[in-house]
Every structure is written in C-alpha cells, then in structure tokens.
Design a protein. Structure first.
Length: 285
C-alpha cells in the first residue's frame, strides 16, 4: 500500500479488508473504565483488527516523575508492532469510538517513530456501524512483522524545555482539554486543576463535525491559522491531560496541511508533579 494520507474513509477500508499489507488496530478506550474498550473489542470489531490498550500498549511505565501516559520505550513499541505483523510496507489503520481521540495517539506514535504509512479511520467505529459494515469476533493470532523505527526526537518537548519556553512569544502553547478543565472549574482526573501559564485553549473535539468525522482540511487550516496568528506551526506545542488527545490536534494540523507541531507528551499530569511549577486558573492564558 502506498497511501500515507492521514485519514482513510470507511468505504476505502472496506474495500481493502484482508489485504496482507493492511494492519487494522482497534484503539477504543475509556479513561474511567479501562477494560471497557477491550471488552467491546472482544464483543465486535472490524474484521482482522488487533486491539491496542492505551495503558498497556500505547504507554510506557508510569513513574512519580512522569505523566499518566508516558511514551513506551522504542523496544517495547517494536515488539508490539511486530506482533501485529507490521512491516515497513504496512498501511496501519487506527480507529476508536471517540472521533479519533485515542486512535490519533497511535497515528502520532507511528509517525514519530518513522512509520509514515499510518492513518486514522474517519468517523471511526460509530460510522462503520452506522453504515452496517462487516464486523467480527475473531481475534487474530499474533504475527511476526519487521518494523523499522527511528524516533524523531525533535517532535517532542520535555518538561524542562516547556518551563524554559514560558513567556517566549515565539512559541504558541495549545491546551487540548475541555474548557472546564483548562479553566480549572472541573478536574475529574488529575489532582490539581488549571493550565500551564500562557497556554491557549482549543478543545480537541472542535476538530470534528457533528457526525464525529474530521472537518474539511480548509476549515481546519483556517481555524488553526487564526489560533496561531503569526506563530509558525513548527513553533506550536500541544498538550492535554496526559499526551493522548493532544495528538488529535497534531493530526488535525497535518490534515490541514500545516505540518507537525510539537507534543508535550508529559502534559498537565506531568507538569503538576512538581508543586513549584506555575499554574493558572480561569479562562485567560
């Protein structure tokens, strides 16, 4: 498969089911019921799909210094992709039930580690089911692929780098969480509420149309350019609660033809590990 587009449509995926160069990954997950996605996968999924658990597969070991979903080590990700049968020629298609909120994490990880043939199913599982497309309960056996990965370390911003950037008007920081979490009015997950000083808020769900498909590229481009102002996309840093839904913005920016911003993978849950780091509450950056 030669496609390296960011999105694939349901009708396109339907036509290539069973192609040995296509690897489908179900990323359904619920932060509050962490086994829900796996249970749903066992009940029904797109034929041939493997399952990726956010905590177990798409994250590394959490420590007192990291956020809730640190990136896995390269060796662990290689083992995972190998078990899915991924080769350098594979087209990896990720989907979930949240308009790509979790699938975008896998898409970004693949691109970060140099596997360009990765895309997200536009509209995800919900659109697939609405259109009454094929489903299966059969769980594919582990395979043995030959992934080739080289991380693009300049795509990441560390906590130390984030702290040094605060107040630098050459950078734009975007918080992808819901407005209530950004302002600190609500914080259902992390022990401290608020946001990183200077960050602008754009909820990742704003990238989607009412049917959970992505907005047209031109619309996304206009919205992000208005948000960024004179800041270039490569001087944009995106974060969220734990470095997951922030990837949704990076996917949207790529769809819009704006290239790839930088990910603060530790995000809010790592920032607040040190009580001496500044935080802000309210609706202002």
């Amino acid at each position: 498969m030669k496609s390296i587009r960011d999105l694939i449509q349901t009708e396109e995926l339907d036509q290539i089911l069973g192609n040995p160069e296509v690897v489908i990954v179900d990323c359904r997950f619920d932060l509050f019921q962490t086994e829900w996605g796996r249970e749903q996968y066992r009940h029904s999924h797109i034929p041939g799909a493997y399952y990726a658990h956010l905590d177990e597969d798409l994250s590394g070991v959490r420590t007192p210094q990291t956020g809730r979903h640190p990136l896995p080590e390269t060796e662990a990700f290689v083992r995972l992709l190998s078990a899915w049968g991924v080769t350098p020629n594979s087209l990896v298609v990720a989907y979930d039930q949240n308009g790509g909120a979790f699938a975008a994490r896998l898409w970004w990880m693949l691109r970060y580690w140099g596997h360009e043939r990765a895309c997200v199913l536009d509209g995800g599982w919900e659109k697939w089911i609405r259109e009454r497309r094929k489903t299966s309960t059969e769980i594919p056996a582990p395979s043995k692929g030959t992934p080739w990965l080289t991380p693009k370390n300049d795509w990441l911003i560390s906590t130390e780098e984030m702290a040094s950037i605060l107040g630098n008007n050459q950078w734009k920081i975007i918080d992808a969480r819901a407005p209530q979490r950004y302002s600190g009015e609500e914080e259902p997950i992390d022990p401290v509420a608020g946001h990183i000083p200077g960050a602008l808020n754009r909820f990742h769900g704003f990238n989607l149309a009412p049917d959970s498909t992505f907005l047209p590229p031109d619309t996304l481009r206009q919205q992000f350019l208005e948000l960024l102002g004179e800041t270039s996309p490569d001087h944009t840093i995106v974060y969220c609660g734990s470095g997951v839904t922030s990837c949704h913005h990076l996917l949207a920016m790529s769809i819009a033809g704006l290239g790839m911003g930088k990910l603060y993978a530790g995000s809010w849950s790592e920032w607040i590990r040190d009580p001496n780091r500044p935080i802000r509450r309210g609706n202002q950056p």
